[in-house]
Design a protein around this ligand. Structure first.
Ligand code: SF4
Ligand code: SF4
Length: 380
């Protein structure tokens, strides 16, 4: 049995097991794929925090894979995309089927369970480019051949497939922040969530015989802190915040602004139908069709906007706020012009928690320092 719910990312109603029930505010992440250096500090930060125990060895709740050839687990997206079949958009409306609507006869969700070996090479395909590089080839702009880094965590979906699939009702979505959790006492390890999640972010722990997944660092989030993968990101590519409902976004809320006003941050595989809450600024050096398949029909416009970001001081100000504080920024403002202005972030009580310049100062030091009587090799 299913009911009709509204999914704003595919711009239509769709089938889901439970009625629409949106949290007061939704935990949401934005990742700027263009700035990631694949250092995997986020993956290690998450592992140290949550998955260093017995039976968790293979688990990477946060992973960063190189596209087009990287997958964790092996082939996670191409396998479900193939099963889903044709995925057609008409303008910004998805007219193909979601994984709930394409379920085989007698089942509720289209899915599959990866083999054990599929989890064992989390960094397969790292840095491999799309096509063979021939002798004497050089990189052209836009990049040809191409690759980019895709950062992945559980999406704390508005319509979680893991939750809908659980026969024990062990998975729940918190009313206060939309974080999706597995109740370890109720879970019996049937792995229906592993089968159903198209992002393959619910994982089975053989040692306890229960399933586990990203918990969105909820103890920290409850105290006003961003998640570990965000705080530790070397490339400052990540932002965590609370998204408003799709029909009442706030222009001074950083995540609302990028998702709903600028529409520069897009969901991953919106056609699956889960309304995921991790959003991506698409890579700018990737063929348009590939971006469209991953991020939907808004990808081309988002790339154009990103290329011109410096012309928009509010946008550049917000991008500069990424990775600049460990606190959750609930509202922001930008003052001054692009060369001398600053962006400010505020917590839920309106206290200023961060201020960053719109243009990072560049300081060039003399090669010879008279005071210290030293020569410098690195002068910038
Ligand atoms: S990404 Fe997968 S595990 Fe996470 S909430 Fe969505 S369906 Fe569940
Ligand atoms: S820490 Fe940041 S820059 Fe490094 S791999 Fe993770 S997302 Fe990319």
């Amino acid at each position: 049995m299913s009911v009709k719910v509204h999914n704003w990312q595919i711009n239509r109603k769709m089938d889901y097991k439970y009625p629409e029930s949106r949290p007061e505010k939704q935990a949401a992440w934005i990742f700027d794929t263009n700035k990631c250096i694949a250092c995997q500090t986020c993956s290690i930060a998450c592992k140290n925090a949550w998955t260093s125990g017995k039976g968790q060895e293979y688990m990477w709740w946060n992973n960063v894979e190189s596209k087009p050839w990287g997958f964790y687990p092996l082939g996670w997206d191409v396998r479900i995309l193939e099963k889903l079949g044709s995925q057609e958009w008409k303008g910004d409306k998805y007219i193909g089927k979601t994984i709930f609507e394409q379920a085989p006869y007698g089942e509720e969700i289209l899915g599959f369970i990866p083999e054990e070996d599929d989890w064992l090479a989390p960094n397969i395909g790292e840095d491999e480019v799309s096509a063979e590089v021939k002798h004497k080839d050089y990189i052209k702009i836009p990049h040809q051949p191409w690759m980019f880094y895709l950062q992945r965590i559980c999406n704390h979906c508005t319509y979680p497939a893991c939750l809908a699939a659980c026969p024990r009702k062990a998975i729940y979505k918190r009313k206060e922040d939309g974080i999706v959790l597995i109740d370890q006492k109720r879970c019996r390890g049937y792995q229906e969530c592993v089968r159903a999640c198209p992002y393959k972010k619910s994982m089975f722990r053989p040692y306890t015989e229960k399933s586990e997944k990203c918990v969105a660092c909820y103890p920290g989030v409850e105290e006003g802190f961003q998640t570990q993968c965000v705080i530790n990101c070397i490339g400052k590519i990540r932002l965590f915040g609370f998204k408003s409902r799709y029909d009442t976004p706030r222009e001074d809320n950083p995540v609302d602004y990028l998702i709903h006003f600028k529409k520069i941050a897009l969901p991953l595989y919106p056609q699956f139908g889960l309304e995921p809450n991790v959003y991506y600024i698409p890579p700018i050096n990737v063929p348009e069709e590939f971006n469209r398949q991953l991020f939907g029909p808004g990808a081309k416009r988002a790339v154009e906007l990103y290329r011109k970001a410096r012309e928009d001081k509010r946008l550049i100000g917000l991008l500069m706020l990424f990775g600049s504080t460990d606190k959750i920024v609930r509202s922001f403002k930008v003052e001054g012009d692009v060369d001398e202005g600053a962006a400010f972030g505020y917590d839920k009580d309106g206290n200023e928690v961060v201020k960053v310049p719109l243009k990072e100062p560049v300081i060039i030091r003399e090669e010879y320092d008279q005071n210290l009587d030293v020569h410098r090799l690195s002068v910038t």
